[in-house]
Design a protein around this ligand. Structure first.
Ligand SMILES: Cc1ncc(COP(=O)(O)O)c(C=O)c1O
Length: 372
């Protein structure tokens, strides 16, 4: 058996005709950048998230960059996030000339540790914004963060790049719609993935939406009238048309992911493997199904030998990456993130994954954990 970490081919087979139709529509329209497809996708995504505005961008990275710029983040500012995320979260803070300041994660849900954030904010530094990341598809506990944000005058950008459709149950709201701004990535392997790069910013603030719309397209007002120095961060029409097809299936696919996660949970019960914990306030959408095991690298290789392709998200926290050395952090600064980085293992998970395949994965995982 060969089981990939993500299977985009099976999904494509299911919706092939609709996708071809959408692509043909764009080819016939000859509008390839922004235009009607992007506007319609923005409208549909806004509705889906329950926000007033959505602005399509070229990637999740550009969405985060524009979100920070629209809030006026600039040189000398500090922005809080965790060291346990994809590099883009911190990278975009630096692209604004600002400095990422890290707070460790909670070992149960891998998201920012709220009590540690509280302690951090009591220090003298005065960050301008925070980027909580809904890691692996599990919503961050946003209520206390939004309270702290009010108290300390912080803007909140939700990095929802891994959590399309996840719900913060305390407010019965989709992630991305609770902070000042929410950012999404449509990288192909995401729960809602394009056939190339793509991203989206959502917000309820008209001024922010307007600023981002302008910044993503060279600061344009008219064709050759530029209100500000902007970027080429536009979403293209082919991706928007493809994403419009896929958005209709997102909830169904997320439910299938949740069902597969619960099959894993059942089979791994009492196995000694730490399985994902779904917080009461969260409806997890399992972008990734991440377990924790000792001797992780050996288990990874063993499974690979059995045709089971796993992932590691992430093997090295950002504060220990070469790119971020200049920030001055050292080993031991974020012990939870450091420990997780040594033990996490992402098992294959996608809507089309079959029960027999999960059984095969778990059987081999148990062998690997027991004998290695
Ligand atoms: C948490 C997180 N933030 C940001 C990004 C950046 O998104 P993109 O790859 O679309 O630029 C990703 C995507 O991998 C991500 O997982």
């Amino acid at each position: 058996m060969r089981i990939p970490l993500v299977d985009l081919k099976s999904q494509y087979e299911e919706i092939k005709e609709e996708i071809q139709e959408a692509i043909n529509r764009v080819l016939n329209s000859t509008t390839f950048i922004l235009g009607e497809e992007v506007t319609k996708f923005e409208e549909e995504f806004t509705k889906y998230c329950g926000t007033k505005y959505a602005v399509g961008t070229s990637s999740g990275t550009s969405a985060l960059h524009l979100a920070l710029l629209s809030l006026g983040i600039r040189e000398g500012d500090e922005v809080i996030t965790t060291p346990y995320t994809f590099t883009a979260t911190a990278e975009t803070i630096i692209h604004c000339g600002a400095r990422p300041v890290f707070v460790d994660i909670n070992p149960r849900n891998y998201n920012i540790d709220v009590p540690k954030l509280k302690e951090f904010l009591k220090l003298k530094t005065r960050p301008k914004a925070a980027i909580p990341v809904h890691l692996y598809g599990q919503p961050v506990d946003l209520d206390p963060i939004l309270k702290l944000a009010k108290e300390y005058n912080l803007k909140v950008i939700e990095d929802a790049c891994q959590a399309h459709g996840a719900i913060y149950r305390l407010k019965i709201k989709k992630v991305g719609s609770l902070g000042d701004i929410g950012c999404f990535s449509f990288y192909p392997g995401k729960n809602l993935g394009a056939y190339g790069d793509g991203g989206m910013v959502v917000t309820n603030d008209e001024k922010i939406a307007h600023r981002i719309r302008c910044l993503r397209d060279h600061g344009r007002k008219g064709k050759y009238e530029h209100l500000m120095v902007g970027y080429n961060y536009r979403l293209d029409a082919l991706q928007a048309a493809i994403l419009r097809v896929k958005l209709k299936y997102l909830d169904e696919w997320n439910e299938k992911r949740r069902k597969n996660a619960s099959i894993y949970n059942g089979l791994l019960k009492d196995s000694g493997v730490i399985t994902p914990y779904e917080e009461k306030y969260a409806k997890h959408v399992y972008h990734l199904y991440v377990i924790r095991v000792k001797k992780r690298d050996r288990v990874y290789k063993f499974l690979q030998g059995k045709g089971i392709l796993c992932g590691i998200h992430y093997p090295l926290p950002l504060h220990l990456q070469k790119a971020y050395q200049y920030l001055g952090y050292k080993e031991g600064d974020f012990p939870v993130a450091e420990e997780c980085a040594k033990e996490v293992l992402s098992l294959p998970l996608y809507p089309e994954l079959k029960r027999e395949e999960i059984e095969y994965i778990v059987e081999n995982l148990k062998k690997g954990v027991f004998y290695l």
